[in-house]
Design a protein around this ligand. Structure first.
Ligand SMILES: Nc1ncnc2c1ncn2[C@@H]1O[C@H](COP(=O)(O)OP(=O)(O)OP(=O)(O)O)[C@@H](O)[C@H]1O
Length: 254
């Protein structure tokens, strides 16, 4: 599904990514974990074709970047990030924001067909957001806005959804509500790639983890093998203990 082969990214003589090799397969859900500035967002931007490697190759859904139209690939990817939220119009009604996902627009400047409105309503209904569908996006809580972004990504039936720190800024209650919504990915065969700083967000849905430090992969593979105290210690350079409870890792600084 996704293959990065000897990928390097250099800017102003600085190596931001070094020798990234990874293969993510259909049916897997990946977490990319690493400190601030370790290169997580740079990898996501590359997967969306917004950045190109200085060296190496990237293949997404059978398309080889550099010899394909990246806009075609992007149609099959839902990308959820804070910067997308900031580009949307906070005075637009929620259902309209969700409907734009079908077209890849940021907002509508034309009449919206009834079937599109109905599809957006249905999406919001599935995510228990019907009660806010006519409200302006700006009136929603941070957590509800993130769920709207998720509905907006899901409406176009993508094969991959990429989320960059979706729980940033959410309180415990909102975070857990958003994490519950991720479980729906198991039902409709979408693969998830999820960036975070927080081990606790690795809910049972996730199968694989990549640990990144200073632009290099420290380790990657099945989450139970990767999320050990020693490896997390190495990634964040702080002594920690990982404990598993309800198939979810919890971190304690020691
Ligand atoms: N286009 C660019 N030009 C110059 N430097 C860049 C560019 N893109 C990223 N960087 C630098 O590369 C490093 C990695 O950035 P990136 O945003 O990928 O890290 P991150 O792991 O997502 O960080 P955070 O967790 O803080 O969001 C940072 O030091 C950043 O300043």
């Amino acid at each position: 599904m996704i293959k990065l082969n000897r990928v390097y990214f250099r800017r102003e003589s600085r190596e931001i990514l070094s020798n990234i090799n990874i293969e993510m397969n259909k049916g897997e859900h990946w977490v990319i974990l690493g400190k601030n500035g370790s290169g997580k967002t740079t990898i996501l931007e590359m997967l969306n074709g917004y950045l190109f490697p200085s060296q190496g190759t990237i293949e997404v859904l059978g398309y080889q970047f550099g010899s394909c139209d990246v806009r075609e690939v992007r149609k099959s990817i839902g990308y959820i990030s804070q910067s997308l939220l900031e580009k949307l119009n906070y005075s637009d009604p929620v259902w309209e924001v969700v409907a734009t996902g079908l077209y890849g627009f940021l907002r509508f400047y034309q009449a919206i067909p009834d079937e599109v409105k109905n599809k957006a309503d249905q999406m919001l209904d599935e995510m228990n957001l019907s009660h806010v569908k006519n409200q302006p996006l700006g009136l929603l809580s941070q957590g509800e806005r993130k769920k709207v972004l998720l509905a907006r990504a899901l409406i176009s039936e993508p094969e991959i959804i990429i989320m960059d720190e979706p729980c940033a800024g959410l309180d415990l209650y909102e975070r857990e509500k958003l994490l519950v919504e991720l479980e729906r990915f198991n039902k409709n065969g979408i693969s998830l790639i999820y960036v975070t700083h927080h081990v606790e967000e690795i809910v049972p849905l996730f199968s694989n983890v990549m640990l990144l430090n200073n632009g290099e992969i420290i380790s990657s593979g099945k989450k139970k093998e990767i999320l050990t105290s020693e490896r997390i210690n190495h990634t964040f350079q702080i002594p920690v203990q990982i404990e598993w409870s309800n198939d979810r890792p919890w971190i304690q600084v020691i």
